[in-house]
Design a protein around this ligand. Structure first.
Ligand code: PXP
Length: 252
């Protein structure tokens, strides 16, 4: 399962659509960005279809599925509308995330333990359709255990709080968050879950995450799209790939 050799990079193209939508029209195109990311070494593409369609739109998901040569990870809230769309698009994977209308981004993990009744049928239906399901959660034992109970094969650990503490140089909080992520990844792996991580990662934090052997995939968006504005998306993906490879080489 967990491999010290390779850690996958999923590139999230939501914010290409954010820039497009700022002016309306069709430029820049998240599907074109996805193709560039894959050509530069991404192992898959992630896109989040939000209820308010603030960035990715329904048609983007359809085009991504039709045109990508690597796996599509469809991020969504566990609502009836999104479930219907996902079952229609049939992506390789679905990542279930919490969604609040007024949030700027996905601010916290799913409360799997508290939403058991809502998540159980959604996970079941997606799995029945052959879609790999992951749950975006904080690295808390209660949530990890609930993910196992709800039948999800994969979790994605929310790294946002750790990345924020690193950026703001709040050293004690960063150390505690990192410890929580490491322990969570280990517990999840021991319970048979595949472990991914994401949110707020940059070259430095992604390199660090790649050093955790149990984590087999990182999903990264905002930083890479930001880097694309100065060095270009292909160069940013290559630099991220190199950082992750350096981190992986240190994995125990
Ligand atoms: N993983 C999940 C589940 C997310 O919701 C997001 C943000 O959409 C990301 C990864 C990527 O986060 P960022 O854009 O901060 O790299």
């Amino acid at each position: 399962m967990a491999s010290a050799a390779h850690i996958r990079l999923g590139v999230n193209v939501d914010h290409v659509a954010t820039v497009r939508n700022a002016r309306g029209g069709v430029h820049p195109d998240p599907v074109k960005a996805a193709m560039i990311a894959i050509a530069a070494g991404a192992d898959g593409i992630t896109a989040h279809l939000r209820e308010d369609r603030r960035h990715i739109r329904d048609d983007d998901m359809v085009r991504l599925k039709a045109q990508l040569t690597k796996p599509l990870n469809f991020e969504m809230a566990a609502t009836a509308e999104m479930l219907r769309i996902a079952l229609d698009v049939r992506p390789h994977a679905v990542c279930l995330v919490p969604e609040r209308r007024l949030e700027r981004t996905t601010e916290g993990g799913l409360d799997v333990a508290g939403l058991f009744g809502q998540l159980m049928p959604a996970v079941g239906e997606l799995k029945k359709a052959g879609i790999r399901v992951s749950l975006f959660i904080n690295a808390e034992p209660r949530q990890i255990e609930a993910a196992v109970k709800v039948g999800a094969p994969v979790i994605e650990i929310h790294t946002g709080a750790w990345c924020e503490a690193v950026t703001e140089r709040r050293t004690a909080i960063a150390a505690a968050e990192l410890q929580r992520i490491k322990e969570g990844a280990l517990l999840a792996h021991e319970l048979g879950l595949e472990v991914h991580a994401g949110h707020g990662l940059d070259y430095v934090t992604a390199e660090h995450m790649a050093g955790i052997r149990q984590i087999v995939e990182l999903n990264i968006g905002h930083f890479l799209i930001g880097e694309a504005m100065s060095i270009g998306l292909a160069e940013a993906v290559k630099a991220m790939r190199a950082a992750m490879n350096r981190g992986r080489a240190t994995a125990a």
